[in-house]
Design a protein around this ligand. Structure first.
Ligand SMILES: NC(=O)c1ccc[n+]([C@@H]2O[C@H](COP(=O)([O-])OP(=O)(O)OC[C@H]3O[C@@H](n4cnc5c(N)ncnc54)[C@H](OP(=O)(O)O)[C@@H]3O)[C@@H](O)[C@H]2O)c1
Length: 229
């Protein structure tokens, strides 16, 4: 392992089967953290798990959960399980996201709004809310992956864009309300990365101008080690 600056800390990573979620899992666990790999596809999560074990990282955990189908009670169950089996939680890294399709807002029907807002906004909020007591006990952090392409609200980013803008507001309010508990909640914006979401949004884009997924490691580690900096 690189070093053990996150030894004895535990982080839950949503979208851990994805490109940046997988990088986040590797980054934190190679610094000694125990990571809980959350996602909806067990096979993909198992392959992340195997790679971490092979790299000598602390034994990770897998927690399958589909943000589209999850109910409030499921997040409560998760909180209990984390407390019982891992003794608490130091942070959440919210990487899961579903882009849907780029389109004008008027082209999104009710079912699509509900589905995409559940995955990209309501799910992350309910998950955070359920785990907040654990994070309060560890004066931990909550990190939401933002998207610079969406900015503060650019055209055609649809329900995904609406969710990213709303999550940034949620992160600010959460931090403000938990200042005295020393909980930090912030948005981490990785920039344009060569990954499935980017390729779906910009199918014809030249790949040379994009950063590699691993390029986020240093910045992500920095905010995990010292979220207030
Ligand atoms: N790549 C970029 O340029 C870029 C730029 C800015 C921000 N970001 C942000 O970075 C984060 C990670 O993006 P990425 O590039 O790593 O994308 P990715 O590889 O497509 O990963 C997305 C992850 O979300 C999971 N997910 C999707 N729907 C889900 C659901 N219903 N329930 C649970 N998990 C679900 C996916 O699971 P499956 O593996 O099962 O599909 C996957 O693990 C996202 O929040 C994205 O907005 C990316």
């Amino acid at each position: 392992m690189a070093s053990e600056r996150l030894k004895d800390r535990t982080y839950l990573i949503t979208g851990a089967s994805g490109c940046l979620g997988g990088v986040a899992a590797r980054t934190l666990s190679l610094e000694g953290a125990t990571v809980v790999l959350m996602g909806r596809n067990i096979k993909k999560l198992e392959s992340v798990y195997d790679a971490l074990e092979a790299a000598g990282a602390p034994k990770p955990a897998i927690y399958p959960l589909d943000l589209e189908g999850a109910q409030e009670a499921d997040y409560g169950t998760l909180a209990n399980r984390l407390q019982e089996s891992l003794g608490g939680l130091d942070g959440i890294i919210h990487c899961a996201a579903d882009l849907g399709h780029l389109s004008p807002l008027s082209g999104i029907d009710g079912d699509r709004w509900q589905r995409l807002l559940k995955i990209n906004l309501l799910g992350p909020i309910l998950l955070t809310q359920a785990l907040l007591p654990l994070i309060q006990r560890s004066a931990g952090s909550v990190v939401f992956f933002g998207d610079s392409a969406v900015g503060e609200g650019k055209a055609f980013w649809g329900a995904y864009g609406v969710a990213k803008v709303a999550l940034a507001g949620y992160a600010r309010i959460l931090s403000a309300e938990n200042e005295s508990a020393k909980i930090l909640s912030l948005v981490f914006t990785p920039g344009p990365i060569r990954s499935p979401i980017r390729l779906k949004a910009y199918p014809g884009e030249a790949l040379q101008g994009l950063k590699n997924p691993e390029d986020i490691q240093e910045a992500l580690l920095k905010i995990t080690l010292n979220p207030s900096s």
